[in-house]
Design a protein around this ligand. Structure first.
Ligand code: NAI
Length: 331
């Protein structure tokens, strides 16, 4: 039988944490034959709630779950972890300036980067979920220089899955028959959901989404804004932000990264830009990626039309500004 994999979840007493940890313990993230040990981190005010989550994990008697460490000590939490899902962060509260929120998160991600660098297992894979996700991941990368940059990513898979969901609803087809949408850029309202290479499996073979939808005004307008603003629409409806879909998408992100993407399919991941598609190098930017043997690579050679180019550049600009703001918090 396989050795357990140690999975860290930070912010584990929060909403996403509550949805995510049972999925991991059931094998949704790493497979139904992969035992896991959960490392749960939160801050002292949430310690009691965190212990309650641990109690429920024991009560659920998950066969794959070989241990739970619930702690407010970042070193204990990071020790020996193979996968780190960073959900903990400082939320923007009413009346707060962007710079103040950034500054709080920069200091959290700087400290957690050092703990991971010193105490995580070799080749630990990191997924940052907490917002601003791309920039938190960039700070983590900067302050964990011995972790390979390929191992530090952020979550845009929820946006990717939202785009698949919108196409499936519009065409009244199974979501599993839709593939190869792309989320470019920031996990924010400047992200660009791109369907120019997306296809649908039909009884008559694979067809381009553009051909089947046959409504460029919708695809270039309402579709894009719906995906960009879906997070806000969920908050309006639930009075709470997306949690089950965020947790499920975090599992999809790690599963496809570790176990590989299906042949002919790509997914969206926020990764360290190497300058592909003329996106400035040195940003954490969402690209289409495939994965094999635990290593992702950016899908190359896709045609980018003029409409798309502008949108790729706009979201890159926002990320460059966020990066500058984050660095200004460091000095
Ligand atoms: P939440 O507020 O319910 O939970 C956050 C948890 O993090 C709390 O328990 C809090 O105590 C903890 N925390 C705060 N500082 C911490 C620290 N320094 N170390 C460890 N834990 C810490 O929030 P929720 O709804 O679970 O969302 C978590 C984050 O995920 C937010 O930043 C949210 O904006 C982001 N998010 C990102 C999405 C994405 O697609 N990338 C989608 C949805 C949410």
């Amino acid at each position: 039988s396989k050795e357990p994999v140690r999975v860290l979840v930070t912010g584990a007493a929060g909403q996403i944490g509550y949805a995510l940890v049972p999925m991991i313990a059931r094998g949704v993230m790493l497979g139904a034959d992969q035992p896991v040990i959960l490392h749960l981190l939160d801050i002292p005010p949430a310690a009691e709630a965190l212990n309650g989550v641990k109690m429920e994990l024991v009560d659920a008697a998950f066969p794959l779950l070989k241990g739970v460490i619930a702690t407010t000590d970042v070193v204990e939490a990071c020790s020996g972890v193979n996968i780190a899902v960073m959900v903990g962060g400082f939320p923007r509260k009413e009346g707060m300036e962007r710079k103040d929120v950034m500054s709080k998160n920069v200091s959290i991600y700087k400290a957690q980067a050092s703990a991971l660098e010193k105490h995580a297992a070799a080749n630990c894979k990191v997924l940052v979920v907490a917002n601003p996700a791309n920039t938190n991941a960039l700070i983590l990368k900067e302050f964990a220089p011995s972790i390979p940059e390929k191992n530090i990513t952020c979550l845009t898979r929820l946006d990717h899955n939202r785009a698949l969901g919108q196409i499936s609803e519009r065409l009244n087809v199974q979501v599993s028959d839709v593939k190869n949408v792309i989320i470019w850029g920031n996990h924010s309202s400047t992200q660009y959901p791109d369907v120019n290479h997306a296809t649908v499996r039909t009884p008559a073979g694979e067809k381009p989404v553009r051909e089947l939808v046959a409504d460029d005004a919708w695809l270039n307008g309402e579709f894009i804004t719906t995906v960009q603003q879906r997070g806000a629409a969920i908050i309006k409806a639930r009075k709470l932000s997306s949690a089950l879909s965020a947790a499920s998408s975090a599992c999809d992100h790690i599963r496809d990264w570790v176990l590989g993407t299906p042949e002919g399919t790509w997914v969206s991941m926020g990764v360290y830009s190497d300058g592909s598609y003329n996106v400035p190098a040195g940003l954490i930017y969402s690209f289409p990626v495939t994965s094999r043997n635990g290593e992702w690579s950016i899908v190359q050679g896709l045609a980018i039309d003029e409409f798309s180019r502008k949108k790729l550049d706009l979201t890159a600009e926002e990320l460059s500004e966020e990066k500058a703001l984050a660095y200004s918090c460091l000095s």
